[in-house]
Design a protein around this ligand. Sequence first.
Ligand SMILES: Nc1ncnc2c1ncn2[C@@H]1O[C@H](COP(=O)(O)OP(=O)(O)OP(=O)(O)O)[C@@H](O)[C@H]1O
Ligand SMILES: [Mg+2]
Length: 307
Amino acid sequence: MTAPRLHLVRPMPPEQTQSDTAPGAGQVAPSSTGETEAAAAVGPASTIVAAGDEARPSTVRPPVALWVEELTVSFDGFKAIDNVTLLLDHGELRCIIGPNGAGKTTLMDVITGKTRPDKGAVYLGSRIHDLTKLSECRIAELGVGRKFQRPTVFPQHSVYENCELALTGNRGVFHTLFARLSRAERERIDQVLETIGLADLKGRPAGLLAHGHKQWLEIGMLLALDPKVLLIDEPVAGMTQPEMERTAELMRKLAGERTVVVVEHDMEFVRSIARKVTVLHEGRVLAEGPMSQIQSDPRVIEVYLGT
Ligand SMILES: Nc1ncnc2c1ncn2[C@@H]1O[C@H](COP(=O)(O)OP(=O)(O)OP(=O)(O)O)[C@@H](O)[C@H]1O
Ligand SMILES: [Mg+2]
C-alpha cells in the first residue's frame, strides 16, 4: 500500500496559522480505496474524525472543501501538471485561468478520476477521500460534479426529463421515464429548474434549446445530484452577451451553497464573477489571489492577460 500523503506540516488556508494544528495529530493510513471510514483519521483540513462519527469531529480548523496536494501529471514524460497545490473553501467560487495547454482541464480530469496523477493527492471534504484512488463513478457519488465544455443533454427528452434522468439515471432511461419520482425528487427538480431559469421551458425537448439554455440545463442536471463541488470548464464559450451575463448570475448564485470551480478564457466573464483566481501556466500555479491583484501581476500579464 502506498504511504499516506498526509503531513503534520501542511499548507494552511490563508486565514489559518500553523498553531491551529492539533498537537500530536498523527498520520493515518488510508485504505487502498483511498477512503478511511474505519480508522480514526486526521482529515486533510486537520479535522479529526473518529470512525463512523462524522457528527462529532474535533475540529482543529475549518475544513476545506477540496484540497489538491502536490499534484503532478505527465503524458509521455511531459508534465501537464507540475506540483500543483490548491485549497478550496466551502462555498467558494474559484476561477482558474491560464493560457492554452496550462493544465486546467487536466486538473479537472484528475479531480474527477478521469486521469490518474503520477504523484500527489486530492482530498474531498473533512473526511479523507483521496479521490486519486477512486473511480469516476465513486467520485461523482461523493459529490463532485463536472460539466464539460460541450453540453451533453438527451436531445429528444424534455428539459424536465433530462433532470429526471440525471437524478435517476443509473436505473436506465426506459425505467427512469416510467418510474415515479418521489415528491422530494420532484420538488428538487422544480427548484433546480427555477435556479437555472428554465422552469418555463420544462416541457421543451432539450435538442430545441438555444446553446446557452443547453449549457444551463447541463448545469441543472448536475445540480439535481446536489454536488458539494462543481467543476465547470469554459461555460460561456459560444454564448451571447445576455447568456453570458445570466451565466455569471448563475455562478454567483451557486457558490455559497457549494464550492464552484470555473475554468474560463473569457476575461470579461471572469472579472464579473471572480473572487479568488488561480493562474496556471505550464502546469504550475503562477499566481493566486483576488482578481484585482491578478490583473496587475506582471507575470500574469506577460504570459496570459497581455496576449
Ligand atoms: N491525454 C493526453 N495525452 C497527452 N497529452 C495531453 C493529454 N491531455 C492533455 N495533454 C497535454 O497536456 C497539456 C495540458 O492540457 P490541458 O487540456 O489540461 O490544457 P488547458 O489548460 O485545459 O488548455 P485549454 O485552455 O486549451 O483548454 C497540453 O499540452 C495537452 O496537449
Ligand atoms: Mg481545457
